[in-house]
Design a protein around this ligand. Structure first.
Ligand code: SF4
Ligand code: SF4
Ligand code: SF4
Ligand code: FES
Length: 984
C-alpha cells in the first residue's frame, strides 16, 4: 500500500493502482470520457487531466506512487479538462432530449453536466460521412462519434475480432470497419462489444432507436428542426437550462424502462447482463457486471432474442386429434396427462415411462423433473441432453480427479501460459471464452496449440495447429504423455505426492510411441514432439475440449487421456491450470448436477447407494426406485423394443438432435402417449399427443449453472405470455394431478430443498446469489465456494488423483469405397444448435439464412462443385439435400455440416454407435457418399456474413498516432506545465 494525497486528503492506495480508479474509489469526481475499467487506459480524450506534483497527467494512465500529491481541481487541471472536453463536443451534437441514449448513463451528457459547461468554444463540426445502417443490429453515426476509441479497444483487444480502427491521420478521422468497408460487409461478428462500451449515441442498438425516449420516434426532419431550435437558444440560455429539460425527460424514462438481470439462454459460458425493456419490447442487452463475461457477449446473447416475442410462440396447450392438434385448456390437458400416466403405469409399470429434462431450463426445473420421475412416478428413467455431449468428459474427470466439471474458472484460462484446444470450435461455440484466449494470446504472450479437423478461427490464430485423423485423439494424447515421461519432462514430485496408479498407467502407455501415434493419427512425429515440448515447458497449462473429443466411440477415454496428461505435467491445483470440458448449453451442467440422470440423484449421488436413497426418501416421504434407469439413448431403443410406452420431454428438440434421427423419430411415433413441453411447435412436437406451452428464460426466475460450475440467478424480465407458464409450474401441476401435493410458490423454495439434500450445494441460497453474485460449486454450508478446484486435495477419499489407463480402439465408422467422405458437424457462431430460437431473430437469419456443407477447395475441384451447388449426402442411416460452401476451413475429403437446420438436419446422417461407457453417440464418426446435383443456387452464406470480411489487426486504438497529428497538442500545455504520458 502507498499513501497518496488527493485534493489535500491522504488516501491509501495499492501501488500501481490507476489514479483514476483511486479517485473514483474515494468518491472524487473527474471527467473520464474514454476510460472504462474493463478496457483500461485508452488515453484518447484527455478529459481526465489532473495535476500531480506540479505536472499535468492523465489520471487514467498514471499509477499511484507513495507520496504522490494529486490535485483534481487546480486551475491548470480544470482548464485542461475543459479544453479537452470542448474538443469532444466539437465532435458531437448535443440533442439529449430527443436522443435514445438519454438514460442517465450517457458519458457525454454527464460530463457536460459535471463540468457545468454552458457554451462550446469550438463549434460542432459535422463529419463528411453518412450514417452506416448496414448491420442488422446496430448503427454508427459518425457525426455523434467523439473518437474516444473505446469501441476500437473493445473490438481489437477484448473481443479480438480486430475489425475496428480509427484513421487518425485523416483530416476527418472516424471509426472504420475493416479499414473502410460498410459494417454489413465487414468482418464484424455482431458481438456488440463496441456498442456496449460506446459512451454516447454514436453506436446504438437498433432496438433502442426511436423506442427509448418519449420524443425520439419523431421524424428525422422534425428532429432536425428541434435540434436547430435548441442550438438557436443555446447562446442565450447556455447548456445548463437545456440539460434540465433533457434531465426531466430522462427521469420520466425511469418509470417505463425496466432493467432486469438475466443469464444468457444459449451456450455454457454463462454470460449475464441486464435486459432493458419497455413493456414487452426489448430495448437492449447491457452486459457489464457478469462475473463470467463483464462487457462481453456474442451475437446470440446481445442480439438473439427475437424468439421472445415471436408470433409463433405456443400460447395454449394442444391435444392431438388424429393427424392434427386442437387447442385445449390447461385443465383438460393436465387431466389427460394425469389419466394417461396413471393408466400406463398401472398397466405396464413405472419403468414404462421416460422423462427428458431440458438443458435450457433452470436447475430448479431439472430438479423437479427428476423428482417427478422418481418420487411421483417411481422410475429412474430420466436423462438430459448431456448424454449427447458432456457425459464422456464428466466420466474422464470422475475417473481421474473426482469432480465432473471444469477444474477452474474462465479467469484461469485467461492467465494460463499455454492453452491447448482439442476438438472445440471455441470461437463459434463458446465465443466469450474464445475472446479470453485470443486476448491473452495477442497481448500477454500466451501460447496456443489447436488440434482439430477444421482450420477454424482458433486454429488460424494458434502457434501450432495440427489435424489428427477423426477419432484418433487417444493415440496422440497418450503418445505425448509417454514422450513427456520417457524424456524426464514429467512433474515427478507432483506425481509422487498427488497421484495413484502410476505404474499401471505407465505400462498402458507402452504401445503409444510417437511413431505409432503418428501412423494412427496422420500427424508427423516432429509435430507431436513439439506439442509435448511446449506442454512440458509451459509453467501453467489449461486444456479445453468439446464435442470433437466427446462425440466419438472413445469419448470417455479421450477425456481421460487429457486429464492424465494434465496430471503427469502437474497442471492441476494451481491458478492458470486444469481441465476445461466446455459445456454446450446454458444449463447442461446444471441439468446433470440436479439429478436428471438415470443413475444419479442430485449432486451426483448414486441411486444405488442405500444411504443416499434413504436421505431422499426421508425428505420426499416416498420409497424410491433403487436400480439405474434408462438413459435417453436407451429410452429410444426401449420404445422400439415395446418396453417404453410413454414420455414426458421438456424443451429438447430430441427428434433431430439425437443421433440417427430417423430411428429416433420412428421410435417417437410408436409411443402410446407423448407429452412435449416447449415454447415453439418443434419438430419433436409433431410426435406428441399433448403439447404444453412453457416459458423462455426471460419469462421466469431460477438459476443456471455454466461451464465453470458457476450458479447464477435469472430474474423475470417479462411476464410469461398469456397462456404460457414457467416450466417448473407446469411440472408441479402435473405432479400434483398425480397426487404429489407439492407447494412450491417460488423457485427459491426449490433451491432451499436442493441445498438440504445435496452436499454439493449445501450453502446455495437465493440470498447468496442475489443480483450478480454467483457461486461455483461445491458450496459448503457456510457459503464458501470453489472457483478453482483441487487447491488442497483431489476429490477422492485419500485426496489423491488417479491416473487411469486407456487403450486405443479406434473409431467404429471410417470412410470406405462406398461412403468415401468423413462428415464432421457442429455449431455455427450465429445459431444455437438446430436454430429453433436463433432463426427467430431476423438479423441472424439475414447473416446465416440456411445450413450448408463445407467442402474443401481440393474436393470441389475434384467433383466440380462451387459454393451454391446442391449436393445430396447419403450415409448408412439417411440422406439430406444441402448446398455446398467451398472453404479452406476444411481439407481434402473432410466435410463439415453445421447443425442449424430443421429441414435438413445433419443427424439424419449420423449413426447409433456410441461411446460404450456413457452411451454418448459417436456423432463425429460419420461417413457419407456425396452426389453432386445439377442444380446450382446462390452461395448459402451471403456476402454480408462476417466470414467474408478482412480484419485489420492492431494493438488497440493506437492513440500514439493521434498524438502525432500536427493539429494535436495536449490540453493544458499553455499553462506551462509539463505533460507526461505514463503508460499504455
Ligand atoms: S466484431 Fe463488430 S460488434 Fe463486435 S466489437 Fe467488433 S465491430 Fe463491434
Ligand atoms: S463510436 Fe467508438 S469512437 Fe465513436 S464515440 Fe462510440 S466508442 Fe467512441
Ligand atoms: S451464447 Fe454463450 S458466449 Fe454468447 S452471450 Fe450467450 S453465454 Fe455468452
Ligand atoms: S479518461 Fe480519456 S484520457 Fe483519461
Amino acid at each position: 500500500m502507498v499513501n497518496v494525497t488527493i485534493d489535500d486528503r491522504m488516501q491509501q492506495a495499492e501501488a500501481g493502482e490507476l489514479v483514476v480508479d483511486l479517485i473514483n474509489r474515494v468518491g472524487g469526481t473527474i471527467p473520464q470520457v474514454c476510460y472504462h475499467p474493463q478496457l483500461g487506459p485508452v488515453q484518447t480524450c484527455d478529459t481526465c487531466m489532473v495535476e500531480v506534483d506540479g505536472r499535468l497527467v492523465r489520471a487514467c494512465a498514471a499509477e499511484a506512487a507513495d507520496g504522490m500529491r494529486v490535485s483534481t481541481k487546480s486551475a491548470a487541471a480544470s482548464a485542461a479538462q475543459e479544453e479537452a472536453f470542448d474538443r469532444i463536443l466539437s465532435n458531437h451534437l448535443l440533442y439529449c432530449t430527443v436522443c435514445d441514449n438519454n438514460n442517465g448513463n450517457c458519458t457525454v451528457h454527464n460530463t457536460t453536466k459535471l463540468l457545468a459547461i454552458e457554451h462550446q468554444k469550438i463549434p460542432f463540426r459535422s463529419k463528411p460521412y453518412e450514417v452506416d445502417n448496414t448491420n442488422p443490429f446496430y448503427r454508427y453515426d459518425p457525426d455523434q462519434c467523439i473518437l474516444c476509441g473505446r469501441c476500437v479497444e473493445a473490438c481489437q483487444n477484448v473481443e479480438v475480432n480486430e475489425t475496428l480502427s480509427i484513421n487518425w491521420e485523416d483530416p476527418n478521422p472516424r471509426v472504420l470497419w475493416d479499414g473502410g468497408s460498410t459494417i454489413g460487409e465487414s468482418s464484424c461478428v455482431s458481438c456488440g462489444h463496441c456498442v456496449t462500451v460506446c459512451p454516447c449515441n454514436a453506436l446504438m442498438e437498433k432496438t433502442m432507436l426511436g423506442h427509448a425516449g418519449f420524443l425520439t420516434s419523431i421524424k428525422k426532419s422534425a428532429l432536425k428542426g428541434m435540434i436547430d431550435v435548441v442550438k438557436g437558444v443555446e447562446p442565450e440560455t447556455g447548456y445548463g437550462a437545456i440539460l434540465q429539460v433533457s434531465e426531466a425527460e430522462s427521469k420520466m424514462r425511469e418509470h417505463r424502462i425496466r432493467k432486469t438481470k438475466t443469464v444468457c439462454t444459449y451456450c455454457g459460458v454463462g454470460c449475464s447482463f441486464d435486459v432493458w425493456t419497455k413493456d414487452r419490447h426489448i430495448l437492449k442487452v447491457a452486459p457489464e457486471h457478469g462475473p463470467a463475461n463483464g462487457i462481453s457477449t456474442c451475437i446470440k446473447g446481445k442480439f438473439g432474442w427475437g424468439h421472445i416475442n415471436s408470433e409463433d410462440r405456443l400460447t395454449s396447450p394442444l391435444i392431438r386429434e388424429g393427424k392434427t392438434f386442437r387447442k385445449a385448456s390447461w385443465d383438460e390437458a393436465l387431466t389427460l396427462i394425469a389419466r394417461r400416466f396413471t393408466e400406463l403405469k398401472a398397466k405396464h409399470g413405472a419403468d414404462s415411462i421416460g422423462f427428458i429434462s431440458s438443458s435450457k431450463c433452470t436447475n430448479e426445473e431439472s430438479y423437479l423433473m427428476q423428482k417427478l420421475a422418481r418420487a411421483v412416478i417411481g422410475t429412474n428413467n430420466v436423462d438430459n441432453c448431456s448424454r449427447y455431449c458432456q457425459s464422456p468428459a464428466t466420466v474422464g474427470l470422475f475417473r481421474t480427479v473426482g469432480y465432473g466439471g471444469d477444474s477452474g474458472s474462465i479467469s484461469d484460462i485467461h492467465q494460463a501460459d499455454l492453452v491447448l484446444i482439442v476438438g472445440s470450435n471455441t470461437a463459434e461455440s463458446h465465443p466469450v471464452i474464445a475472446t479470453r484466449v485470443k486476448s491473452s494470446h495477442k497481448l500477454k504472450g500466451q501460447k496456443l496449440i489447436v488440434a482439430d479437423l477444421r482450420e477454424n478461427e482458433m486454429a488460424r490464430r494458434a502457434d501450432l495447429f495440427f489435424s489428427p485423423k477423426p477419432g484418433t485423439d487417444v493415440a496422440w494424447l497418450s503418445a505425448v504423455s509417454r514422450y513427456i515421461l520417457d524424456n524426464g519432462l514429467a512433474k515427478t514430485e507432483f506425481l509422487a505426492k498427488w497421484t495413484n496408479g502410476f505404474d499401471e498407467y505407465r505400462k498402458s502407455l507402452e504401445p503409444f510411441t510417437m511413431e505409432a501415434a503418428s501412423r494412427i493419427c496422420g500427424v508427423p512425429v516432429e509435430t507431436l514432439t513439439k506439442v509435448a515440448g511446449m506442454i512440458a515447458e509451459a509453467k501453467n497449462v489449461c486444456i479445453l475440449w468439446a464435442m470433437g473429443i466427446t462425440q466419438h466411440t472413445q469419448g470417455s477415454d479421450g477425456s481421460t487421456a487429457i486429464s492424465n496428461l494434465l496430471l503427469i505435467t502437474g497442471n492441476y491445483m494451481r491458478p492458470g491450470t486444469g481441465a476445461y470440458p466446455l459445456r454446450g448449453h446454458n444449463n447442461v451442467q446444471g441439468a446433470s448436477d440436479h439429478g436428471s440422470m438415470p443413475n444419479m440423484l442430485p449432486g451426483y449421488q448414486l441411486v444405488t447407494d442405500p444411504e443416499v436413497r434413504q436421505r431422499f426418501e426421508t425428505a420426499w416421504k416416498v420409497k424410491l426406485p433403487s436400480s439405474k434407469g434408462l438413459d435417453n439413448h436407451q429410452m429410444v431403443d426401449a420404445i422400439h423394443a415395446g418396453k417404453l410406452k410413454s414420455m414426458y420431454l421438456i424443451g429438447e428438440e430430441m427428434s433431430i438432435v439425437d443421433s440417427n434421427a430417423n430411428y429416433v423419430g420412428d421410435g417417437f411415433s410408436k409411443l402410446d402417449f407423448f407429452v412435449v413441453q416447449d415454447i415453439f411447435f418443434s419438430e419433436t412436437c409433431r410426435f406428441a399427443d399433448v403439447v404444453l406451452p412453457g416459458a423462455p428464460s426471460l419469462e421466469k426466475e431460477g438459476t443456471f449453472t455454466s461451464t465453470e460450475r458457476r450458479i447464477q440467478r435469472l430474474y423475470e424480465v417479462l411476464e410469461p405470455l398469456p397462456g404460457c407458464k414457467p416450466d417448473w409450474r407446469i411440472t408441479q401441476d402435473i405432479a400434483n394431478r398425480l397426487g404429489a401435493g407439492w407447494k412450491y410458490q417460488h423457485p427459491s423454495e426449490i433451491m432451499d430443498e436442493i441445498a438440504s439434500v445435496t452436499p454439493l450445494f449445501a450453502g446455495v441460497s437465493y440470498e447468496r446469489l442475489a443480483g450478480y453474485k454467483s457461486l461455483q460449486w461445491p458450496v459448503a454450508a457456510d457459503g464458501t465456494d470453489e472457483p478453482l478446484l483441487y487447491t488442497k486435495r483431489f476429490a477422492f477419499p485419500d485426496g489423491k488423483a488417479r491416473l487411469f489407463p486407456v487403450s486405443w480402439i479406434g473409431p467404429t465408422e471410417v470412410p470406405n469405397a462406398e461412403f468415401d467422405l468423413h462428415l464432421n458437424n457442429g455449431r455455427l457462431l450465429e445459431h444455437f444448435h438446430e436454430g429453433n430460437l436463433t432463426y427467430r431473430t431476423e438479423g441472424i437469419r439475414e447473416k446465416t439464412p440456411d445450413v450448408f456443407v463445407e467442402v474443401s477447395p481440393e474436393l470441389a475441384e475434384e467433383r466440380g462443385i462451387q459454393s451454391g451447388t446442391w449436393v445430396q449426402l447419403i450415409s448408412r442411416y439417411g440422406k439430406v439435400r444441402v448446398r455446398a460452401l467451398v472453404t479452406d476451413r476444411v481439407h481434402g475429403h473432410e466435410l463439415y455440416m453445421p447443425m442449424n437446420s430443421v429441414e435438413s438436419p445433419v443427424n439424419r446422417l449420423t449413426s447409433s454407435h456410441t461411446d460404450p461407457v456413457t452411451n454418448t453417440p459417436a456423432f463425429k464418426e460419420t461417413s457419407v457418399h456425396m452426389n453432386v446435383l445439377a442444380e446450382v443456387g446462390e452461395s448459402p452464406l451471403p456476402r454480408n456474413n462476417s466470414r467474408f470480411g478482412h480484419p485489420t489487426p492492431q494493438n488497440g486504438v493506437e492513440v500514439e498516432r493521434k498524438w502525432k497529428r500536427p493539429d494535436y497538442h495536449t490540453p493544458g500545455n499553455g499553462n506551462g506545465l509539463v505533460q507526461i504520458q505514463t503508460r499504455k
